[in-house]
Each structure stands twice: as structure tokens, then as C-alpha cells.
Design a protein around this ligand. Structure first.
Ligand SMILES: *Cc1c(COP(=O)(O)O)cnc(C)c1O
Length: 401
């Protein structure tokens, strides 16, 4: 059969593939690079070269932790490698129940529920809870999985100014009384690294009787003295209705969870489609996640080291002259300006064995292209200083600082 390249769908595909080919031809394509070895997580082997990894979300350096690997191996011996189906039918294992209890305890919640990805968690939780005639209010910088969940729900979708509680208050005030309202935010914003203004948000939500959901993808293990997240960070206890998080970042596994009141969890266990119609977490991944929460509590030095490394990295970049926006966390945006400047910075850094990645439009506004760099507890301070030197030299060469 002749492939017709002149139809609208093929043209759409071609626009994209042309862009990818062009970037590759100009040595400006940095995505999907296969990593050969993960070593400590802070150093990786790419194309046979050892590089410092500054683009990973393994904030506490738990990947390859002996206790976690051992738990995963034990689970394979006990259960095998799959679950043969969905949780509500034949797919629930004792390790799933254990994991959910561990998460509930860690998050100081009555109960918890897991799903097979963080993305699916946001999609299914928001769209199960909300529907036509309801209102969802989402921070402008929320993660794509939250946006997709809001759109999928069919509820009225309102975006408020980034971390602006006056704007949230104003928008909630425009919604009629008695209507179901859900406010959703990232705890730590995945592009800018700043922390959501939880104390004021809780007040505003109370004022309007709105339900509050917070995504802790980048704050679990990062915020709070014991890594419990944003509530611990602000010294607030149990003020979030839906405490959502992932098992794929600080926790070196895969999956997502929500924690909250027992009734909410029972409801989601029987009504959310990603739970009812998608297979359960594999046993090794559930066991790894379960053990990781315990390691976080047993090894508090990791959080201290992460905080120390974060300060070192942000201060070093700032004193070199970079704009790092309002970050106070391990996600550090290094503003470059144009998309081309961000690509050039990436190429320079990678040529000097510093693995960073660019974020360009439309993911961020035009002119705000950046490197989005991350540090973890697995980095050594001397490595971080070396990475800052490489990034600063590239910044001078390209004319950013
Ligand atoms: C990564 C991320 C997710 C998705 O989690 P996965 O486990 O990768 O599917 C959801 N929300 C935020 C804020 C994220 O950064």
C-alpha cells in the first residue's frame, strides 16, 4: 500500500520528526540518551564516558541501596515478577497492603492507596472525584499529569496565577456556593523548584469549603526534617485532603499513591478507573518502595546532606551570576534566555561531562529557557563545585553571565 504523505496526520507527524532530525544534525539533541551504568546515581556512564548526573530525581540517592535491592529480590522469590491482573480481582498481594500501610504511617494519614504510575494517579484521582458542573482550580505551573486529570474530569477548569493566593481567593469567590471545588497544586514546582504557599492555601480553601490536593512528587524525602513532605516543612499537621506522591523519584521504584481519610481511600479503591482497570504494581517494585520509606526514616543523614548540597549548588550558581528564580529546593532552574542559548549551554556542559538537560518553550515561556538542574544526597560537595565551574564557564562563553 502506498503511504500518502500528504494527509493532515502525516504532515503533523512530519513537522515533529523534521524538528528532531534537525536538532540531531546540529548536535543539539540531548533527549533519550541511554545510560549504561547508574553507579551511585550521582555519576553515570553514557556512551562510555563517566558523567556527573544533574538531571535525576533520586533526591536521597536511594537507587541501588542494598536494603532496597534485597527487599526487591526477596519479593521476586516469594511472588514472582508480575501480578496477573488488577488489584480488586486476583492482583492484590500482601506486599501491596504492607506498602499502603507504610505510606499511610509515613504521611500521618488514616489510609493510602497505590497505583502503577504517578501520572495515572493524578489522572484517575482528579477525574474520579470531579465531574461536570464541578470546579477544579490548578496552579499555572502544575505538572502535566494534573492538567490532564483536570481536563479529563470534565469539570470547569480554572488556572490561577503561580503560587498567588490572592488570585486563588478571587477565583474561588466567583464560584457559586454549594458547588464541589477542588484545588490542586505541586508542593515543589517541577520547573521552578519553589515551594507552594501551603499555610495560606489551607486558609483560602477552608474559607470556600474547597477540597485540597497536593502532589508531592518533588517534596517527598526533600521537605521536612524527616522527609515527610510539605506539611512537615510548614509544621502543619493533616491539612491536606489528598496527599498525592510518586514512587518513582525519591523512592527508587515506580508507581503513585494517595494518602488521606479512610473513606476517601475506600471510595477511590472502588471507583477509580486506573485502579479497577489496570494491573497491580509488580511485587519487586512494591517491596522496593516499601523498604525505601523505612530507609528514609532510618537514615536521616540523607536529608541533611541533600539540604547541604542544595544550598551549596544554589549559592554557587547565584554567586557565579546566574538567575535561579525562587528555588529553595533540589530543583534548580538556571535561566539561559532563548531556547538556542539553553541548547548551547547543555551542549557545553555535557561535553565537559556534566549531565544537565534543557527545558525550552513551550514547556516554559519564550525567553525563559533554562537548564533544570538537580542535586541529590548522592553527590559529593567537591563534585558539585566542579559542576558549578563547568556551568559557569559555559555561561561566560555563551554570554549568559
Ligand atoms: C513526575 C511527576 C509526576 C508523575 O509521576 P510518575 O511516577 O513519573 O508517573 C506527577 N506529578 C509531578 C509533579 C511530577 O513531577
Amino acid at each position: 500500500m502506498e503511504f500518502n504523505i500528504d494527509d493532515a496526520v502525516s504532515r503533523r507527524v512530519k513537522v515533529f520528526t523534521d524538528r528532531v532530525s534537525m536538532a540531531k544534525a546540529n548536535d543539539l539533541y540531548f533527549y533519550n540518551q541511554p545510560i549504561e551504568e547508574l553507579r551511585s546515581g550521582a555519576k553515570v556512564l553514557v556512551h562510555g564516558r563517566e558523567m556527573g548526573m544533574y538531571a535525576s530525581y533520586g533526591y536521597l540517592g536511594l537507587l541501588n541501596h542494598p536494603r532496597i535491592n534485597k527487599a526487591a529480590r526477596k519479593a521476586i522469590d516469594q511472588y514472582g515478577t508480575g501480578t496477573n491482573g488488577v488489584r480488586s480481582l486476583a492482583g492484590t498481594l500482601t506486599i501491596h497492603d504492607e506498602l499502603e500501610e507504610t505510606i499511610a504511617n509515613f504521611k500521618h494519614a488514616e489510609a493510602a492507596l497505590t497505583f502503577t504510575s504517578g501520572y495515572a494517579t493524578n489522572l484517575t484521582v482528579i477525574s474520579t472525584l470531579m465531574g461536570r458542573g464541578d470546579y477544579v482550580l490548578s496552579d499555572k505551573l502544575n505538572h502535566a499529569s494534573i492538567v490532564d486529570g483536570c481536563l479529563m474530569s470534565g469539570a470547569e477548569f480554572r488556572r490561577f496565577k503561580h503560587n498567588d493566593m490572592e488570585d486563588l481567593d478571587h477565583r474561588l469567590g466567583q464560584i457559586p456556593d454549594g458547588v464541589a471545588k477542588l484545588v490542586v497544586v505541586d508542593a515543589v514546582f517541577s520547573m521552578d523548584g519553589d515551594v507552594a504557599d501551603l499555610p495560606r492555601m489551607v486558609e483560602v480553601c477552608k474559607k470556600y469549603n474547597a477540597y485540597l490536593m497536593v502532589d508531592e512528587a518533588h517534596s517527598l524525602g526533600v521537605l521536612g526534617k524527616t522527609g515527610r513532605g510539605i506539611e512537615e516543612h510548614f509544621g502543619l499537621e493533616d491539612v491536606i485532603d489528598i496527599k498525592m506522591g510518586t514512587l518513582s523519584k525519591t523512592i527508587p521504584s515506580i508507581g503513585g499513591y494517595i494518602a488521606g481519610k479512610k473513606d476517601l481511600i475506600t471510595y477511590m479503591r472502588h471507583a477509580s478507573r486506573a485502579y479497577l482497570f489496570s494491573a497491580a504494581l509488580p511485587p519487586a517494585q512494591a517491596a522496593a518502595a516499601n523498604e525505601a520509606f523505612k530507609v528514609i526514616l532510618d537514615e536521616p543523614w540523607r536529608i541533611k546532606k541533600l539540604n547541604h548540597n542544595t544550598q551549596l549548588f544554589i549559592n554557587g550558581l547565584k554567586s557565579a551570576g546566574f538567575d535561579t528564580l525562587l528555588t529553595t529546593t533540589a530543583i534548580v532552574p538556571i535561566l539561559c534566555g532563548s531556547d538556542d542559548q539553553a541548547f548551547a549551554m547543555t551542549r557545553e556542559a555535557q561535553h565537559h561531562d556534566v549531565f544537565v538537560l534543557p527545558v525550552v518553550s513551550p514547556a516554559v515561556p519564550e525567553g525563559m529557557a533554562r537548564l533544570r538542574a538537580t542535586v541529590t544526597a548522592a553527590h559529593e560537595p567537591s563534585d558539585i563545585e566542579g559542576a558549578i565551574d563547568v556551568i559557569a564557564a559555559a555561561g561566560k562563553q555563551i554570554g549568559i553571565i
